[in-house]
Design a protein around this ligand. Structure first.
Ligand SMILES: C[S@@+](CC[C@H](N)C(=O)[O-])C[C@H]1O[C@@H](n2cnc3c(N)ncnc32)[C@H](O)[C@@H]1O
Ligand SMILES: [Zn+2]
Length: 479
Protein backbone atom coordinates (compact mmCIF):
# COMPACT_ATOMS: atom_id res chain seq x y z
CA UNK A 1 0.00 0.00 0.00
CA UNK A 2 1.49 3.36 -1.03
CA UNK A 3 1.48 6.06 1.62
CA UNK A 4 -0.56 9.17 0.85
CA UNK A 5 1.39 12.08 -0.63
CA UNK A 6 0.91 15.66 0.59
CA UNK A 7 -1.22 16.92 -2.30
CA UNK A 8 -3.74 14.13 -1.60
CA UNK A 9 -4.12 15.53 1.90
CA UNK A 10 -4.60 18.96 0.43
CA UNK A 11 -7.10 17.66 -2.11
CA UNK A 12 -9.09 15.63 0.39
CA UNK A 13 -8.98 18.49 2.84
CA UNK A 14 -10.19 21.10 0.38
CA UNK A 15 -12.87 18.76 -0.97
CA UNK A 16 -14.03 18.03 2.58
CA UNK A 17 -14.23 21.74 3.38
CA UNK A 18 -16.04 22.42 0.13
CA UNK A 19 -18.55 19.64 0.79
CA UNK A 20 -19.19 20.81 4.33
CA UNK A 21 -19.61 24.45 3.28
CA UNK A 22 -21.72 23.64 0.27
CA UNK A 23 -24.23 21.87 2.55
CA UNK A 24 -24.38 24.61 5.14
CA UNK A 25 -23.73 27.87 3.35
CA UNK A 26 -24.14 27.29 -0.34
CA UNK A 27 -25.36 30.82 -1.10
CA UNK A 28 -22.54 32.46 0.88
CA UNK A 29 -19.90 30.34 -0.80
CA UNK A 30 -21.19 31.03 -4.27
CA UNK A 31 -21.47 34.74 -3.60
CA UNK A 32 -18.16 35.33 -1.91
CA UNK A 33 -15.57 32.79 -2.95
CA UNK A 34 -16.62 31.21 -6.18
CA UNK A 35 -18.39 33.84 -8.25
CA UNK A 36 -21.97 34.93 -7.75
CA UNK A 37 -24.95 32.65 -8.17
CA UNK A 38 -27.50 35.03 -9.62
CA UNK A 39 -30.51 32.75 -9.94
CA UNK A 40 -31.21 29.19 -8.86
CA UNK A 41 -34.04 26.79 -9.56
CA UNK A 42 -34.46 23.03 -9.84
CA UNK A 43 -33.64 22.99 -13.56
CA UNK A 44 -31.41 26.00 -14.12
CA UNK A 45 -28.78 28.08 -12.44
CA UNK A 46 -27.24 31.38 -13.56
CA UNK A 47 -23.71 32.03 -12.38
CA UNK A 48 -21.79 35.28 -12.60
CA UNK A 49 -18.00 35.02 -12.69
CA UNK A 50 -15.89 38.04 -13.66
CA UNK A 51 -17.79 39.85 -16.42
CA UNK A 52 -19.52 36.73 -17.71
CA UNK A 53 -22.91 35.39 -16.75
CA UNK A 54 -23.64 31.81 -17.70
CA UNK A 55 -26.71 29.63 -17.63
CA UNK A 56 -26.29 26.04 -16.44
CA UNK A 57 -29.19 23.75 -17.28
CA UNK A 58 -29.49 20.62 -15.16
CA UNK A 59 -30.70 18.48 -18.11
CA UNK A 60 -27.62 19.50 -20.19
CA UNK A 61 -25.23 18.36 -17.47
CA UNK A 62 -22.42 20.60 -18.76
CA UNK A 63 -19.24 20.81 -16.71
CA UNK A 64 -18.75 23.86 -14.48
CA UNK A 65 -16.31 23.94 -11.58
CA UNK A 66 -16.53 27.08 -9.40
CA UNK A 67 -13.29 26.18 -7.61
CA UNK A 68 -11.41 26.79 -10.88
CA UNK A 69 -12.15 30.52 -10.76
CA UNK A 70 -8.53 31.07 -9.65
CA UNK A 71 -7.32 29.16 -12.72
CA UNK A 72 -9.50 31.31 -15.00
CA UNK A 73 -8.52 34.60 -13.29
CA UNK A 74 -4.84 33.76 -13.62
CA UNK A 75 -5.28 32.81 -17.29
CA UNK A 76 -6.97 36.15 -18.00
CA UNK A 77 -4.10 38.04 -16.36
CA UNK A 78 -1.50 36.05 -18.35
CA UNK A 79 -3.34 36.44 -21.67
CA UNK A 80 -3.83 40.17 -21.04
CA UNK A 81 -0.05 40.57 -21.01
CA UNK A 82 0.46 38.27 -24.02
CA UNK A 83 -2.12 40.19 -26.03
CA UNK A 84 -0.48 43.49 -24.99
CA UNK A 85 2.97 42.21 -26.07
CA UNK A 86 1.52 40.94 -29.31
CA UNK A 87 0.04 44.37 -30.09
CA UNK A 88 3.36 46.03 -29.30
CA UNK A 89 5.21 43.67 -31.65
CA UNK A 90 2.90 43.62 -34.67
CA UNK A 91 1.18 47.00 -35.03
CA UNK A 92 -1.07 45.44 -37.64
CA UNK A 93 -4.88 45.38 -37.58
CA UNK A 94 -4.88 42.12 -39.56
CA UNK A 95 -2.78 40.21 -37.05
CA UNK A 96 -4.77 40.60 -33.84
CA UNK A 97 -4.70 38.12 -30.99
CA UNK A 98 -6.55 34.80 -31.58
CA UNK A 99 -7.40 32.15 -28.95
CA UNK A 100 -8.54 28.53 -29.15
CA UNK A 101 -10.28 27.09 -26.10
CA UNK A 102 -10.15 23.49 -27.23
CA UNK A 103 -12.24 21.98 -24.38
CA UNK A 104 -14.75 24.64 -23.51
CA UNK A 105 -17.71 22.98 -21.66
CA UNK A 106 -20.11 25.87 -20.77
CA UNK A 107 -18.07 28.52 -22.67
CA UNK A 108 -17.52 30.49 -19.44
CA UNK A 109 -13.76 30.77 -19.96
CA UNK A 110 -14.03 31.91 -23.60
CA UNK A 111 -16.69 34.46 -22.72
CA UNK A 112 -14.54 35.87 -19.94
CA UNK A 113 -11.57 35.99 -22.36
CA UNK A 114 -13.73 37.94 -24.84
CA UNK A 115 -14.98 40.41 -22.24
CA UNK A 116 -11.90 40.84 -20.07
CA UNK A 117 -8.82 40.65 -22.36
CA UNK A 118 -8.21 43.78 -24.45
CA UNK A 119 -7.15 43.40 -28.10
CA UNK A 120 -8.59 39.94 -28.80
CA UNK A 121 -9.82 39.46 -32.36
CA UNK A 122 -11.20 35.93 -32.38
CA UNK A 123 -11.89 33.12 -29.91
CA UNK A 124 -12.90 29.61 -30.94
CA UNK A 125 -14.77 27.74 -28.17
CA UNK A 126 -14.74 24.05 -29.03
CA UNK A 127 -16.21 20.97 -27.34
CA UNK A 128 -16.85 17.41 -28.42
CA UNK A 129 -20.16 17.21 -26.54
CA UNK A 130 -23.28 18.33 -28.39
CA UNK A 131 -24.90 19.51 -25.14
CA UNK A 132 -21.82 21.54 -24.24
CA UNK A 133 -21.80 23.25 -27.65
CA UNK A 134 -25.52 24.12 -27.30
CA UNK A 135 -24.72 25.57 -23.89
CA UNK A 136 -21.76 27.59 -25.27
CA UNK A 137 -24.00 29.04 -28.02
CA UNK A 138 -26.69 30.00 -25.50
CA UNK A 139 -24.12 31.62 -23.19
CA UNK A 140 -22.32 33.46 -25.99
CA UNK A 141 -25.53 35.21 -27.09
CA UNK A 142 -26.63 35.80 -23.48
CA UNK A 143 -23.35 37.74 -23.02
CA UNK A 144 -23.44 39.52 -26.41
CA UNK A 145 -20.01 38.35 -27.58
CA UNK A 146 -21.06 36.67 -30.84
CA UNK A 147 -18.72 38.90 -32.87
CA UNK A 148 -15.70 37.57 -30.93
CA UNK A 149 -16.54 34.00 -29.91
CA UNK A 150 -17.38 31.34 -32.49
CA UNK A 151 -18.35 27.82 -31.45
CA UNK A 152 -16.99 24.58 -32.84
CA UNK A 153 -18.33 21.07 -32.33
CA UNK A 154 -15.46 18.68 -32.93
CA UNK A 155 -12.73 16.58 -31.41
CA UNK A 156 -10.16 19.08 -30.10
CA UNK A 157 -7.35 17.11 -31.74
CA UNK A 158 -8.92 17.50 -35.18
CA UNK A 159 -9.48 21.24 -34.70
CA UNK A 160 -5.84 21.73 -33.74
CA UNK A 161 -4.46 19.61 -36.62
CA UNK A 162 -6.54 21.70 -39.04
CA UNK A 163 -4.67 24.77 -37.73
CA UNK A 164 -1.09 23.47 -38.07
CA UNK A 165 -0.16 25.65 -41.04
CA UNK A 166 1.79 28.73 -39.87
CA UNK A 167 -0.83 31.10 -41.32
CA UNK A 168 -3.67 29.26 -39.54
CA UNK A 169 -2.14 28.98 -36.08
CA UNK A 170 -3.56 30.56 -32.91
CA UNK A 171 -1.68 33.00 -30.71
CA UNK A 172 -3.00 31.18 -27.64
CA UNK A 173 -4.27 27.63 -27.15
CA UNK A 174 -5.97 26.67 -23.88
CA UNK A 175 -6.26 23.01 -22.84
CA UNK A 176 -8.36 22.37 -19.73
CA UNK A 177 -9.30 18.69 -19.91
CA UNK A 178 -10.57 16.20 -17.35
CA UNK A 179 -7.41 14.61 -15.95
CA UNK A 180 -4.44 14.24 -18.27
CA UNK A 181 -3.92 16.40 -21.41
CA UNK A 182 -1.39 14.12 -23.15
CA UNK A 183 -3.68 13.02 -26.02
CA UNK A 184 -3.96 16.69 -27.09
CA UNK A 185 -0.33 17.74 -26.88
CA UNK A 186 1.03 16.58 -30.24
CA UNK A 187 -1.56 18.68 -32.05
CA UNK A 188 -1.37 21.57 -29.57
CA UNK A 189 2.37 22.24 -29.91
CA UNK A 190 1.91 22.50 -33.69
CA UNK A 191 -1.01 24.92 -33.81
CA UNK A 192 0.45 27.65 -31.56
CA UNK A 193 2.08 30.49 -33.53
CA UNK A 194 5.79 31.22 -33.12
CA UNK A 195 6.09 33.12 -29.82
CA UNK A 196 2.48 32.18 -29.02
CA UNK A 197 1.31 30.70 -25.71
CA UNK A 198 0.05 27.29 -24.65
CA UNK A 199 -1.98 27.04 -21.42
CA UNK A 200 -2.38 23.54 -19.98
CA UNK A 201 -4.20 22.17 -16.90
CA UNK A 202 -3.61 18.66 -15.50
CA UNK A 203 -5.84 17.31 -12.73
CA UNK A 204 -4.52 13.73 -12.52
CA UNK A 205 -2.28 14.62 -9.61
CA UNK A 206 -2.10 11.13 -8.13
CA UNK A 207 -0.32 9.98 -11.29
CA UNK A 208 2.03 12.97 -11.42
CA UNK A 209 2.84 12.92 -7.71
CA UNK A 210 4.35 9.46 -7.61
CA UNK A 211 1.47 7.13 -6.75
CA UNK A 212 1.57 5.40 -10.16
CA UNK A 213 5.06 5.82 -11.71
CA UNK A 214 4.32 3.43 -14.58
CA UNK A 215 1.08 5.23 -15.52
CA UNK A 216 2.97 8.50 -15.34
CA UNK A 217 5.48 7.12 -17.82
CA UNK A 218 2.81 5.99 -20.27
CA UNK A 219 0.96 9.32 -20.06
CA UNK A 220 3.76 11.84 -19.65
CA UNK A 221 6.91 9.97 -20.73
CA UNK A 222 8.49 10.34 -17.28
CA UNK A 223 8.74 8.30 -14.07
CA UNK A 224 7.29 10.13 -11.08
CA UNK A 225 8.82 9.63 -7.63
CA UNK A 226 7.22 9.70 -4.19
CA UNK A 227 9.06 12.75 -2.90
CA UNK A 228 8.10 15.61 -0.62
CA UNK A 229 8.50 18.05 -3.51
CA UNK A 230 5.86 16.17 -5.51
CA UNK A 231 4.02 19.35 -6.54
CA UNK A 232 7.03 20.89 -8.22
CA UNK A 233 8.05 17.49 -9.60
CA UNK A 234 4.57 17.30 -11.18
CA UNK A 235 5.05 20.72 -12.79
CA UNK A 236 8.45 19.70 -14.12
CA UNK A 237 7.10 16.41 -15.52
CA UNK A 238 4.36 18.29 -17.39
CA UNK A 239 6.86 20.86 -18.72
CA UNK A 240 9.16 18.01 -19.81
CA UNK A 241 6.23 16.43 -21.64
CA UNK A 242 5.41 19.69 -23.46
CA UNK A 243 9.08 20.21 -24.31
CA UNK A 244 9.50 16.72 -25.77
CA UNK A 245 6.35 17.12 -27.89
CA UNK A 246 7.56 20.52 -29.13
CA UNK A 247 11.07 19.17 -29.85
CA UNK A 248 9.60 16.67 -32.35
CA UNK A 249 8.70 19.63 -34.56
CA UNK A 250 11.94 21.58 -34.07
CA UNK A 251 10.24 23.76 -31.46
CA UNK A 252 10.87 24.43 -27.78
CA UNK A 253 9.03 25.87 -24.77
CA UNK A 254 9.79 28.82 -22.49
CA UNK A 255 7.76 28.63 -19.25
CA UNK A 256 6.21 31.94 -18.19
CA UNK A 257 4.42 30.69 -15.08
CA UNK A 258 3.89 27.21 -13.58
CA UNK A 259 1.39 26.88 -10.75
CA UNK A 260 0.41 24.06 -8.42
CA UNK A 261 -2.96 24.88 -6.82
CA UNK A 262 -5.73 22.93 -5.06
CA UNK A 263 -6.04 19.63 -6.95
CA UNK A 264 -4.34 20.54 -10.24
CA UNK A 265 -1.30 22.04 -11.95
CA UNK A 266 -1.50 24.77 -14.57
CA UNK A 267 1.39 25.77 -16.85
CA UNK A 268 1.73 28.75 -19.20
CA UNK A 269 4.49 28.31 -21.80
CA UNK A 270 5.58 30.21 -24.89
CA UNK A 271 6.45 28.16 -27.96
CA UNK A 272 9.30 29.02 -30.32
CA UNK A 273 10.99 27.31 -33.24
CA UNK A 274 14.52 25.94 -32.61
CA UNK A 275 15.78 22.82 -30.81
CA UNK A 276 16.96 22.70 -27.17
CA UNK A 277 17.52 20.12 -24.41
CA UNK A 278 16.56 21.23 -20.91
CA UNK A 279 15.74 17.87 -19.35
CA UNK A 280 17.29 15.88 -16.49
CA UNK A 281 16.91 12.56 -14.69
CA UNK A 282 16.35 12.67 -10.91
CA UNK A 283 18.20 10.42 -8.43
CA UNK A 284 16.55 10.09 -5.04
CA UNK A 285 18.43 8.45 -2.18
CA UNK A 286 16.04 5.97 -0.56
CA UNK A 287 17.65 6.60 2.84
CA UNK A 288 18.14 10.35 3.37
CA UNK A 289 16.04 11.40 0.36
CA UNK A 290 18.75 13.65 -1.09
CA UNK A 291 17.92 14.58 -4.67
CA UNK A 292 20.52 14.79 -7.43
CA UNK A 293 19.89 15.81 -11.05
CA UNK A 294 21.52 14.32 -14.13
CA UNK A 295 21.06 16.68 -17.12
CA UNK A 296 20.47 14.85 -20.42
CA UNK A 297 22.46 17.32 -22.46
CA UNK A 298 24.82 20.20 -21.81
CA UNK A 299 24.20 23.47 -23.59
CA UNK A 300 27.15 25.56 -24.80
CA UNK A 301 26.72 29.00 -26.27
CA UNK A 302 28.58 29.79 -29.47
CA UNK A 303 28.44 32.58 -32.05
CA UNK A 304 26.94 36.03 -31.72
CA UNK A 305 23.23 35.30 -32.13
CA UNK A 306 21.15 34.80 -28.95
CA UNK A 307 19.88 31.34 -29.88
CA UNK A 308 23.16 29.78 -31.03
CA UNK A 309 23.85 26.78 -28.79
CA UNK A 310 25.48 23.42 -29.30
CA UNK A 311 24.95 20.37 -27.12
CA UNK A 312 27.39 17.87 -25.72
CA UNK A 313 26.73 14.61 -23.94
CA UNK A 314 26.92 14.85 -20.15
CA UNK A 315 29.11 12.66 -17.95
CA UNK A 316 27.27 10.08 -15.84
CA UNK A 317 26.30 8.93 -13.31
CA UNK A 318 26.01 11.98 -11.03
CA UNK A 319 25.91 9.80 -7.88
CA UNK A 320 28.02 6.91 -6.61
CA UNK A 321 26.44 3.43 -6.45
CA UNK A 322 25.44 4.24 -2.86
CA UNK A 323 24.63 7.59 -1.25
CA UNK A 324 27.67 9.49 0.04
CA UNK A 325 25.66 10.70 3.03
CA UNK A 326 23.99 7.54 4.30
CA UNK A 327 25.13 4.59 2.19
CA UNK A 328 21.69 3.75 0.76
CA UNK A 329 20.91 3.15 -2.91
CA UNK A 330 18.98 5.45 -5.27
CA UNK A 331 15.71 5.47 -7.17
CA UNK A 332 15.74 7.07 -10.63
CA UNK A 333 12.83 9.21 -11.86
CA UNK A 334 12.20 11.62 -14.71
CA UNK A 335 13.16 12.96 -17.09
CA UNK A 336 11.91 16.30 -15.80
CA UNK A 337 12.19 19.91 -16.98
CA UNK A 338 15.50 21.25 -15.67
CA UNK A 339 15.21 24.94 -16.60
CA UNK A 340 13.38 27.78 -14.82
CA UNK A 341 9.65 27.13 -14.39
CA UNK A 342 8.72 30.84 -14.38
CA UNK A 343 9.89 34.00 -16.10
CA UNK A 344 10.56 36.44 -13.23
CA UNK A 345 10.12 39.56 -15.31
CA UNK A 346 6.81 38.31 -16.67
CA UNK A 347 5.67 37.40 -13.13
CA UNK A 348 6.44 40.94 -11.90
CA UNK A 349 4.31 42.40 -14.71
CA UNK A 350 1.61 39.87 -13.87
CA UNK A 351 1.52 41.10 -10.29
CA UNK A 352 0.64 44.57 -11.61
CA UNK A 353 -2.17 43.16 -13.75
CA UNK A 354 -3.48 41.22 -10.75
CA UNK A 355 -3.39 44.31 -8.52
CA UNK A 356 -5.11 46.58 -11.04
CA UNK A 357 -7.70 44.10 -12.36
CA UNK A 358 -11.06 43.08 -10.91
CA UNK A 359 -10.61 39.43 -10.09
CA UNK A 360 -12.70 37.35 -7.69
CA UNK A 361 -9.51 35.65 -6.49
CA UNK A 362 -7.35 38.79 -6.50
CA UNK A 363 -5.92 38.31 -2.99
CA UNK A 364 -4.93 34.75 -3.73
CA UNK A 365 -3.36 35.77 -7.06
CA UNK A 366 -1.30 38.46 -5.37
CA UNK A 367 -0.16 36.10 -2.61
CA UNK A 368 0.83 33.26 -4.95
CA UNK A 369 2.59 35.55 -7.44
CA UNK A 370 4.57 37.27 -4.66
CA UNK A 371 5.94 33.88 -3.52
CA UNK A 372 6.56 32.79 -7.13
CA UNK A 373 8.61 35.94 -7.82
CA UNK A 374 10.90 35.10 -4.88
CA UNK A 375 11.52 31.47 -5.89
CA UNK A 376 15.09 30.53 -6.84
CA UNK A 377 14.72 30.06 -10.60
CA UNK A 378 18.05 28.23 -11.01
CA UNK A 379 17.33 25.57 -8.35
CA UNK A 380 14.98 22.74 -9.29
CA UNK A 381 12.89 20.96 -6.62
CA UNK A 382 12.86 21.49 -2.85
CA UNK A 383 12.95 19.84 0.57
CA UNK A 384 10.41 20.14 3.38
CA UNK A 385 11.65 21.02 6.84
CA UNK A 386 9.52 18.52 8.77
CA UNK A 387 10.79 15.65 6.62
CA UNK A 388 14.41 16.79 6.90
CA UNK A 389 14.14 16.86 10.69
CA UNK A 390 12.51 13.46 10.69
CA UNK A 391 15.19 11.95 8.41
CA UNK A 392 17.96 13.34 10.60
CA UNK A 393 16.15 12.59 13.87
CA UNK A 394 16.42 16.24 14.88
CA UNK A 395 14.07 18.29 16.98
CA UNK A 396 11.80 20.33 14.76
CA UNK A 397 12.38 24.08 14.62
CA UNK A 398 10.76 27.10 13.05
CA UNK A 399 11.24 27.73 9.36
CA UNK A 400 12.68 31.13 10.29
CA UNK A 401 15.40 29.53 12.44
CA UNK A 402 16.29 27.01 9.75
CA UNK A 403 16.36 29.58 6.97
CA UNK A 404 18.63 31.82 9.05
CA UNK A 405 20.95 28.88 9.71
CA UNK A 406 21.14 27.99 6.01
CA UNK A 407 21.83 31.59 5.04
CA UNK A 408 24.42 31.76 7.76
CA UNK A 409 26.14 28.81 6.09
CA UNK A 410 26.27 30.78 2.83
CA UNK A 411 23.27 29.29 1.03
CA UNK A 412 20.49 31.07 -0.82
CA UNK A 413 17.04 30.06 0.43
CA UNK A 414 13.51 30.60 -0.81
CA UNK A 415 10.00 29.36 -0.19
CA UNK A 416 7.99 27.76 -2.98
CA UNK A 417 4.37 28.52 -3.85
CA UNK A 418 3.85 24.74 -4.14
CA UNK A 419 4.28 24.03 -0.42
CA UNK A 420 4.41 26.42 2.50
CA UNK A 421 6.72 24.28 4.59
CA UNK A 422 9.60 24.12 2.17
CA UNK A 423 12.69 25.84 1.01
CA UNK A 424 15.02 25.75 -1.92
CA UNK A 425 18.68 26.50 -1.61
CA UNK A 426 21.66 27.18 -3.73
CA UNK A 427 23.24 23.83 -4.47
CA UNK A 428 21.45 21.08 -6.25
CA UNK A 429 24.21 18.48 -6.40
CA UNK A 430 24.93 18.20 -2.73
CA UNK A 431 22.18 20.15 -1.12
CA UNK A 432 22.01 17.49 1.54
CA UNK A 433 25.37 18.74 2.80
CA UNK A 434 23.95 22.22 3.38
CA UNK A 435 20.91 20.91 5.21
CA UNK A 436 22.94 18.68 7.48
CA UNK A 437 25.31 21.52 8.13
CA UNK A 438 22.48 23.91 9.02
CA UNK A 439 20.63 21.34 11.10
CA UNK A 440 23.83 20.41 12.86
CA UNK A 441 24.24 24.06 13.87
CA UNK A 442 20.71 24.59 15.08
CA UNK A 443 19.41 21.45 16.72
CA UNK A 444 20.67 18.46 18.62
CA UNK A 445 20.58 15.25 16.57
CA UNK A 446 20.40 11.78 18.04
CA UNK A 447 23.87 10.31 18.01
CA UNK A 448 24.47 7.49 15.58
CA UNK A 449 20.98 7.62 14.09
CA UNK A 450 21.03 7.07 10.37
CA UNK A 451 18.36 7.93 7.84
CA UNK A 452 16.48 4.88 6.63
CA UNK A 453 17.63 2.77 9.56
CA UNK A 454 21.36 2.38 8.78
CA UNK A 455 23.89 2.18 11.58
CA UNK A 456 26.03 5.24 11.03
CA UNK A 457 25.59 8.57 9.38
CA UNK A 458 28.16 11.22 8.62
CA UNK A 459 28.25 14.33 6.53
CA UNK A 460 31.32 14.22 4.31
CA UNK A 461 33.57 17.26 4.21
CA UNK A 462 33.60 17.15 0.44
CA UNK A 463 34.10 20.16 -1.73
CA UNK A 464 30.90 20.94 -3.53
CA UNK A 465 31.38 21.72 -7.22
CA UNK A 466 27.81 21.85 -8.33
CA UNK A 467 26.49 22.77 -11.75
CA UNK A 468 25.55 26.26 -10.57
CA UNK A 469 29.14 27.04 -9.72
CA UNK A 470 28.53 27.10 -5.98
CA UNK A 471 31.45 26.14 -3.85
CA UNK A 472 30.81 25.23 -0.24
CA UNK A 473 32.89 23.33 2.20
CA UNK A 474 31.03 21.33 4.75
CA UNK A 475 32.29 22.11 8.23
CA UNK A 476 30.06 20.18 10.55
CA UNK A 477 29.59 16.56 11.29
CA UNK A 478 26.22 15.18 12.34
CA UNK A 479 26.64 12.06 14.41
C1 LIG B 1 -12.94 20.14 -17.63
S1 LIG B 1 -14.12 20.50 -18.87
C2 LIG B 1 -13.61 22.09 -19.45
C3 LIG B 1 -13.90 23.21 -18.48
C4 LIG B 1 -13.77 24.61 -19.05
N1 LIG B 1 -12.51 24.82 -19.72
C5 LIG B 1 -13.96 25.66 -17.94
O1 LIG B 1 -13.03 26.43 -17.64
O2 LIG B 1 -15.05 25.70 -17.37
C6 LIG B 1 -13.60 19.41 -20.15
C7 LIG B 1 -14.48 19.47 -21.41
O3 LIG B 1 -13.77 18.78 -22.45
C8 LIG B 1 -14.69 18.17 -23.29
N2 LIG B 1 -13.94 17.14 -24.07
C9 LIG B 1 -13.50 15.92 -23.64
N3 LIG B 1 -12.81 15.31 -24.65
C10 LIG B 1 -12.81 16.16 -25.70
C11 LIG B 1 -12.25 16.11 -27.01
N4 LIG B 1 -11.54 15.06 -27.43
N5 LIG B 1 -12.45 17.16 -27.82
C12 LIG B 1 -13.14 18.24 -27.43
N6 LIG B 1 -13.71 18.35 -26.19
C13 LIG B 1 -13.54 17.33 -25.34
C14 LIG B 1 -15.77 17.63 -22.36
O4 LIG B 1 -16.99 17.47 -23.07
C15 LIG B 1 -15.82 18.75 -21.29
O5 LIG B 1 -16.86 19.66 -21.58
ZN1 LIG C 1 21.30 9.19 1.41
Amino acid sequence: MLPAVPFIHRFVFSRAIFRRHSKLHVKVIFRSTFGRQVMDSESEKVVQEGKAQILLLSDKNVFYNPVQEFNRDLSIAVLTLCSEDHRAQTNSEDDQFTILEALSASGLRSIRYAKEIPGVKKIVANDISEKAVASIQENVSRNGVEQLVSTSHDDAVMVMYRHRRPTERFHAVDLDPYGCPSQFLDAAVQCVSDGGILLVTCTDMAVLAGNCPETCYTKYGAISLRVKCCHELALRIVLQCLESHANRYGRYIVPLLSISADFYVRVFVKIYTSPAIKLALVYQCVGCETLTLQPLGQEHKYGEKPNQFKFTLPHAPPVASTCVHCGHRHHIGGPIWNGPIHDVEFVSRLENVASCGEFGTKKRMQGVLAVVREELMDVPLYYTLDRLCSVLHCETMSMMQFRSALMNCGYRVSLSHANKNIHQDRCTCQRGVGHHEALGKTTPCEAGQAPGGGSSYTVPGARNNCQHGAETRCKSRVS
